[in-house]
Design a protein around this ligand. Structure first.
Ligand code: FAD
Length: 485
């Protein structure tokens, strides 16, 4: 289960860290956010070292659908309601400037990454009034949009649609491969702990003393300090790509079949969505659902590839970029892209560069980690989920591993202990500790992806307990199989 971008050979950039070092600016996390921040800081004359647990661009960025767009669901209605039209306008401007920056870089560095300016269509089959309200906000914000009712989109009828002109899409890995990465990179080097006062980062065998630290690990790896565990959660999405069918000319998002996105890629169609909070899976058939959608709306569709990943979500829908906490000088954070990480990573990388080089940036306030960002209802829902899953370790499993069918997993009894057990197609057991190493929540099995997912903060592990996604910095304890039956 690899994303469509996995077919593109990724450049190898780094070696692993093999000694203690002291550096100026250390960025943790080699996704699009960390890499772009490193790129702009280097361009501004700073010395940067990037530390990546696996291979750079290998995280969520490797699983994106790569719409670079300012059209982001109903965010502008929310911002206009909860903040002001001026605030919504500023956010729109940040996203449009980011798209322009992508285009400028592609031209300047002559990056062959299928970058294409296209329109983005947000449609509804259920809530035309809500979409019309959004349109009214968008016109006030100054967006280049057109609103129509009772139209056909890709051959199916919709109640209303907003066409936002001149957005973009690209091939993210070709783009990142094409950047001049003229800074020090250590790959396969996982940071296990950060001393925020002394500015020391610890790996299993070495340490790095830094002047400044930027945490760009998608979900921050620092547990309690900064209280980000109360401000963020992770949301899972699923994607498929069809065989070549036709050029659907652009990008689409809407409430068709509970929310999906579509885009063109060389006449193939990438369909994504079916989001849910990580660890709270409501169906074992997410990919089949996407396949059904593809076949229903595109007669000749066959699914060639399927993949899934999770992104970090904030309560107010805005990214968090800036000083990690007023208490700690020289520690910065980039997180919370809410599934709109293409434009937001560009905006955030430029913002963090301006903050560090002490240049004015008009977007500092909207992305400030110190802003008030709670909607009380979402906050309490999130707190409730965390408490429930922290209590779950006290509950007793209902079944033993013997009840598991082949190719399924569950929290069960194994040798008189509660374990996370996956029984593979050959009936071999893969046994791990059932508690997330981040904050101890009980994991759930995602049958769609065959992974152990944490419902509290979204860490994910493979069936043998290896880390797929932060915030965890430690794999699950692997339990040896004692009894083959
Ligand atoms: C299925 C899906 C589809 C999406 N589609 C779109 C879209 O169409 N348009 C859009 O704008 N956005 C989209 N997004 C969102 C976007 O892809 C993400 O917001 C963005 O890629 C996140 O980039 P990142 O750099 O924050 O994270 P990542 O790419 O995950 O980078 C973080 C890096 O940190 C590393 N790391 C973690 N822990 C440590 C550690 N302890 N030490 C060292 N390194 C560490 C990880 O290995 C990883 O490489 C989508 C997201 C998903 C899940």
């Amino acid at each position: 289960m690899k994303s469509v971008w996995a077919e593109t050979k990724q450049k190898k950039f780094g070696k692993s860290l093999t000694s203690n070092i002291q550096r100026d600016i250390v960025i943790v996390g080699g996704g699009i956010a960390g890499v772009l921040a490193a790129y702009f800081l280097t361009e501004s004359g700073k010395k940067v070292t990037l530390i990546e647990a696996g291979q750079i661009f290998g995280g969520v960025t490797h699983n994106t659908t790569a719409h670079i767009t300012a059209q982001q669901g109903y965010i502008y209605s929310e911002l206009a309601k909860n903040r002001s039209i001026e605030f919504a306008s500023l956010y729109y401007k940040s996203q449009m400037q980011a798209i322009e920056k992508f285009e400028n870089l592609v031209k300047k560095l002559k990056i062959d990454c299928d970058f294409e300016r296209v329109d983005d269509y947000l449609f509804t089959i259920e809530q035309p009034k809500k979409l019309k309200k959004l349109y009214d906000v968008l016109t006030k914000v100054g967006a280049n949009v057109k609103y129509s009712e009772n139209k056909e989109i890709l051959g199916f009828p919709v109640k209303a649609v907003i066409q936002m002109r001149n957005q973009a899409m690209f091939h993210p890995i070709k783009f990142l491969n094409g950047l001049n990465l003229d800074f020090e990179i250590f790959e396969n080097t996982r940071i296990l702990e950060v001393d925020l006062n002394k500015k020391i980062l610890y790996t299993a065998n070495h340490n790095i003393i830094a002047d400044k630290i930027i945490i760009a690990t998608n979900y921050p790896i620092i547990n309690l300090k900064g209280t980000y565990f109360l401000k963020l959660y992770k949301s899972q999405s699923y994607s498929v790509i069809t065989n070549p069918i036709k050029n659907i000319k652009g990008m689409y998002q809407g409430d068709l079949e509970n929310g999906i996105t579509l885009r063109n890629l060389n006449n193939q169609i990438i369909i994504g969505g079916l989001d849910h909070r990580t660890g709270r899976n409501d169906s074992e058939h997410k990919f089949e659902q996407l396949e059904d959608i593809a076949k229903k709306y595109f007669e000749k569709a066959k699914i060639l590839n399927r993949w899934s990943a999770n992104d970090t979500v904030t309560f107010d829908g805005l990214a968090i970029t800036g000083l990690f906490s007023k208490k700690y000088k020289d520690i910065y954070i980039i997180t919370g892209f809410n599934k709109w990480g293409m434009a937001n990573s560009m905006a955030s990388a430029q913002l963090i560069t301006d903050i560090i080089t002490e240049k004015k940036n008009i977007f500092e306030e909207i992305f400030s980690p110190q802003r008030f960002m709670f909607s009380l209802s979402s906050f309490f829902i999130s707190l409730g989920v965390s408490i429930k899953n922290l209590i779950k370790p006290l509950l007793i499993p209902l079944n033993t591993h013997k009840k598991l069918k082949a190719d399924t997993g569950g929290i069960v009894w194994y040798n008189f202990r509660k374990r996370a057990v996956y029984k593979d197609a050959q009936n071999k057991l893969h046994i791990c500790s059932p508690f997330c190493k981040h904050m101890g929540c009980q994991l759930t099995f995602n049958a769609n992806t065959k992974t152990w997912d944490c419902p509290c903060h979204g860490s994910r592990f493979d069936i043998d307990g290896q880390i797929i996604t932060a915030p965890t910095v430690k794999p699950l304890d692997k339990i040896p199989q004692k009894n083959k039956k």
